[in-house]
Design a binder for this molecule. Structure first.
Ligand SMILES: NC(=O)c1ccc[n+]([C@@H]2O[C@H](COP(=O)([O-])OP(=O)(O)OC[C@H]3O[C@@H](n4cnc5c(N)ncnc54)[C@H](O)[C@@H]3O)[C@@H](O)[C@H]2O)c1
Length: 234
């Protein structure tokens, strides 16, 4: 249907990206999920097996959307991963791989998709992390990539406005694997629980929709209040 809005969700096969894809499908969007992994059977997305850190793959992915969907209203740049290693053991190739997926991919995707996003008066949502602002030990590549993504978000908002709004969502702890969580895992959050993919999906759905028309260049921390909590040892 030519008037159906089209969203590209990277890392849409699992976790938060899957939650976003499911939510946008429910809201009536056509969804293209770019992920080397397969989404669950029966999910009504068009799946493209693409590694979005690779320039040629991004070119083919966005070119395919131009050909098959003919429009792009929203890009949800969500694909990301973490390597936890002491910096002395972190290989340059590992650093570059984290930066490639978590930061460079958004540059590649927006560069390729700019014309379609402008034509649609569309929106971009990047998925950073509260780790753009605070850290545990041995997470240098991840934190640096997310801090970079946050800055890339506001740079893009200025360059692509007023046609395209660009915002960043920074999740805290989101349970994507259905882990056995302890009562204290939930209780330490001011909101009283660990987050779920649907929490992020609801915010993304609002950000790519018409009610967020005055919102661009912004970061939305969605972490159950954890980064607002002052912690001193007793
Ligand atoms: N889960 C959390 O607690 C949490 C917290 C803060 C931020 N985040 C961020 O949210 C995003 C999603 O995380 P998640 O927890 O759902 O992860 P996940 O591992 O459950 O899912 C990530 C998906 O991205 C895909 N992916 C990885 N590299 C890719 C690439 N180069 N190209 C295309 N797809 C790729 C994977 O195959 C996977 O399906 C990431 O950017 C992550 O950094 C997650």
């Amino acid at each position: 249907m030519a008037d159906q809005r089209v969203a590209l969700v990277t890392g849409g096969a699992k976790g938060i990206g899957l939650g976003v894809a499911q939510r946008l499908l429910r809201d009536g969007w056509r969804v293209v999920a770019a992920d080397p992994e397969k989404p669950p059977a029966g999910l009504a997305v068009r799946h493209v097996a693409a590694d979005v850190s690779q320039e040629a793959a991004v070119r083919a992915l966005v070119g395919g959307i131009a050909q098959q969907e003919g429009r792009l209203d929203a890009l949800v740049s969500n694909a990301g991963f973490m390597i936890r290693k002491p910096i002395r053991d972190l290989a340059l190739a590992e650093w570059n791989a984290v930066l490639g997926t978590n930061l460079t991919a958004t540059f590649l995707l927006v560069r390729e998709a700019e014309a379609m996003l402008r034509a649609a008066k569309g929106a971009v949502v990047t998925v950073a992390s509260t780790r753009a602002h605070q850290s545990e030990a041995n997470t240098e590549s991840y934190s640096a990539s997310k801090g970079g993504l946050l800055a890339l978000t506001h740079a893009l908002a200025i360059s692509l406005g007023p046609d395209v709004r660009v915002n960043c969502v920074s999740p805290g702890w989101i349970d994507t694997k259905g882990e056995a969580l302890r009562p204290e895992d939930h209780a330490q959050h001011p909101a009283g629980r660990v987050g779920r993919p649907e929490d992020i999906a609801a915010l993304v759905a609002w950000l790519v929709g018409p009610e967020a028309g005055f919102v661009t260049g912004a970061e939305f921390v969605i972490d159950g209040g954890m980064t607002r909590k002052m912690i001193y040892a007793e």
